[in-house]
Design a binder for this molecule. Structure first.
Ligand SMILES: Nc1ncnc2c1ncn2[C@@H]1O[C@H](COP(=O)(O)OP(=O)(O)O)[C@@H](O)[C@H]1O
Ligand SMILES: O=P(O)(O)OC[C@H](O)CO
Length: 502
């Protein structure tokens, strides 16, 4: 529709689902958000209910649209962005999932990954996918469902079951079961996708025992994937953009040139550095991953993945009851001069980059009888910065230049004290945009590009501006002292299996 100038983005994250209506200037006009339940059926397992995710997605999309006062026909396109790697397997006939979604944080397949590593498969897997053999990624979770749900493997081989990451499942539901597709940023996190050849890999599917008949088609990130089914909205809306949430944030931060980096602080923290048209695989334990594919041309990123950032704050709130709201951590952290020697290593679901230790578990070091909740809150925030520092160190050790600035976003980036502490520990200027919803904005950009709301990347870059800058200010000896304390705590948390991996 020629006068449709707005874009509706849905950001299906690990802890909440939100929908935002953006105008052509990139302003968020209306937002709706729902937090949803996490299921922890066993130690180290994390599951989501796909029906709740679908219900929340539809409700937040409808609520944001209603709040904006716009008719559905004014929406040029829908952009979907999502928690990545999380696995849904559903019946193609009924659309019903055969199991709860197994979440990216779930560690149940750690032994399978270790066995594949011991059998010498990691170099081949890494060369093709840019990833590592870790339970974080989708493939072993898909196989787990096929092996544990009665009859699933046979039905999958016969083509009766579909696998998708959350984007793919939502696309399926939004199109009324007509479209089974995804994009390279999500496909590239499964361990089944050759990121340079840009296709599902037959050998990897055999290795991980995932039938190819289950896999979605892979299209460019900015592409008309399909239209919403009759009855969902007052008009059929094209679904015109899809990207995994971390790549969407890179896009929403307009990190379009090689060397530009962003870090998103949500449940986890993910630092992505644009590496241009090359997928760079160095020996630094970071990941090579598609950043976006436009008109058939892929731009890649180097990624450092931290599994727990805001999740540690959520634990302080829900697990310990030390705080009632995440935002209280700011006042607590500034109310004490330091963490009083307390270090928290938030390995609640193992450790991601650069350690890749699925068996590590969280630990708190340095407690004395006069330690308080404020020290704990401060240690939880500090750990987020220390982990980011380790990622930047790994990038530099792998041959990358220290980025001049890092653009940050995500729920935790609202915390000014944390932003300054990150700048201090990284020795890098941290830039924060006025609106922290850059993940949703990135999905909106992708959809709007496909529908002609925006012409090109330069137009998008012109819409993105940093409003806050945090410049490193900490004395070198203080930074060195904190680094030492953190590295001592980390080395006491790692398990033997990780250390043997070198
Ligand atoms: N002011 C704050 N200080 C510290 N942490 C915060 C603050 N506000 C939100 N958070 C944390 O940020 C996370 C929410 O960020 P969000 O980007 O919505 O996450 P996700 O997309 O992963 O669900 C939660 O884990 C919450 O505890
Ligand atoms: O839910 P988030 O925003 O922490 O993102 C989760 C990541 O996509 C996992 O890889």
């Amino acid at each position: 529709m020629a006068d449709a100038r707005y874009v509706l983005a849905v950001d299906q994250g690990t802890t909440s689902t939100r929908a935002i209506v953006f105008d052509a200037a990139g302003n968020g006009l209306a937002t709706a958000q729902r937090e949803f339940s996490q299921h922890y059926p066993e130690r180290g397992w994390v599951e989501h209910d796909p029906e709740v995710i679908w219900r929340d997605t539809l409700e937040t999309m409808r609520a944001a649209l209603a709040e904006s006062g716009l008719h559905a026909s004014a929406i040029a396109g829908i952009g979907i962005t999502n928690q990545r790697e999380t696995v849904v397997v559903w019946d193609r006939e009924t659309g019903v999932p055969v199991h709860r979604a197994i979440v990216w944080q779930d560690r149940r397949t750690a032994d399978v990954c270790a066995a594949l590593r011991d059998a010498g498969h990691e170099p081949e897997v890494r060369a093709k996918t840019g990833l590592l053999l870790d339970p974080y990624f989708s493939a072993t979770k898909v196989a787990w469902i096929l092996d544990h749900v009665e009859g699933a493997r046979e039905r999958a081989e016969a083509g009766a079951l579909a696998f998708g990451t959350i984007d793919s499942f939502l696309l399926w539901r939004l199109t009324g079961g007509r479209v089974h597709a995804t994009d390279p940023t999500n496909a590239g996190r499964t361990l089944l996708y050759d990121i340079r050849a840009d296709r599902w890999d037959t050998d990897l599917c055999k290795l991980f025992r995932v039938p190819m008949a289950m896999l979605p088609l892979v299209h460019d990130n900015s592409h008309v994937f399909g239209h919403t089914a009759p009855g969902l909205f007052d008009a059929a809306i094209p679904i015109a953009g899809i990207a995994g949430d971390q790549q969407a944030a890179l896009f929403g931060q307009a990190c379009f040139s090689a060397g530009m980096a962003k870090a998103t602080y949500g449940t986890g923290c993910f630092l992505l550095l644009n590496t241009g048209s090359e997928a760079e695989l160095s020996d630094d334990k970071l990941l090579a991953t598609p950043a976006y594919r436009l008109a058939g041309k892929t731009t890649y990123a180097l990624e450092g993945s931290i599994f727990v950032a805001g999740a540690a704050i959520k634990w302080l709130r829900d697990g310990l009851g030390v705080i009632a709201h995440a935002s209280e951590t700011s006042g607590l952290a500034t109310g004490v001069p330091d963490s009083h020697g307390v270090y928290m290593v938030p390995a609640f679901v193992g450790l991601g980059a650069p350690h890749w230790d699925p068996d590590a578990r969280a630990a708190i070091f340095g407690l004395t009888l006069d330690a308080t909740g404020a020290h704990l809150a401060r240690a939880a925030l500090e750990a987020v910065a220390y982990q980011t520092m380790d990622l930047v160190d790994a990038m530099i050790a792998g041959g990358a230049d220290r980025p001049a600035t890092i653009r940050i976003d995500g729920g935790m980036a609202a915390n000014d004290w944390l932003c300054q502490f990150i700048a201090d520990m990284l020795g890098v200027t941290v830039e924060r945009p006025a609106h922290l919803e850059t993940t949703a904005l990135g999905a909106a950009f992708l959809a709007g590009l496909a529908m002609g709301v925006w012409r090109d990347l330069d137009t998008l870059a012109g819409l993105v501006r940093a409003t806050d800058r945090f410049v490193p200010a900490m004395a070198d000896d203080r930074r060195a002292e904190l680094r030492r304390g953190w590295h001592a705590a980390i080395s006491r948390t790692l398990t033997t299996r990780d250390q043997s991996r070198g």
